[in-house]
Design a protein around this ligand. Structure first.
Ligand code: ZN
Length: 137
């Protein structure tokens, strides 16, 4: 009997536990933006922070700093006081995920913010690696 590579891959996926599948499919969420005059509204902001598993306020602070713009949260949206392109925001979301969400060792998203000797660290539950949580300056 001969198996095609795709079929084998398919079978392998089906055998994997649900949790592992989630890792393989993890994608950094993209901003759904809408311009209102000089403001940029990120319509799915809360959803993005939930997908990343991080506090929305922390994510917003990071974005505002990186994009050098003032802004606020308004219900599930983020309102940035500057006209921005989606690509600029998505690039920062990706930077955020790499620094604060995806494991620096194994690249999985199963990380948690915790404390070690009074210092905030990010710890990977998949491989046990950890790194100091960088402060947003
Ligand atoms: Zn890891």
């Amino acid at each position: 009997m001969e198996y095609k590579y795709e079929n084998l891959l398919d079978r392998a996926y089906k055998k994997m536990p649900e949790k592992l599948l989630k890792h393989l499919r993890f994608e950094i969420p993209k901003a759904d933006i809408h311009l209102e005059g000089n403001q940029t509204i990120i319509k799915n902001f809360l959803d993005i922070s939930e997908k990343l598993g991080r506090d929305s306020q922390h994510l917003l602070t990071f974005l505002l700093k990186e994009l050098a713009t003032p802004g606020i949260m308004r219900r599930q949206d983020a309102v940035l006081q500057r006209s921005l392109r989606a690509g600029m925001i998505n690039k920062r979301l990706s930077d955020y995920a790499k620094e604060y969400v995806l494991c620096h060792e194994c690249s999985r998203p199963d990380t948690k913010i915790t404390e070690l000797s009074g210092q905030k660290i990010i710890k990977c539950e998949a491989c046990g690696a950890w790194w100091p949580m960088r402060r947003i300056k």
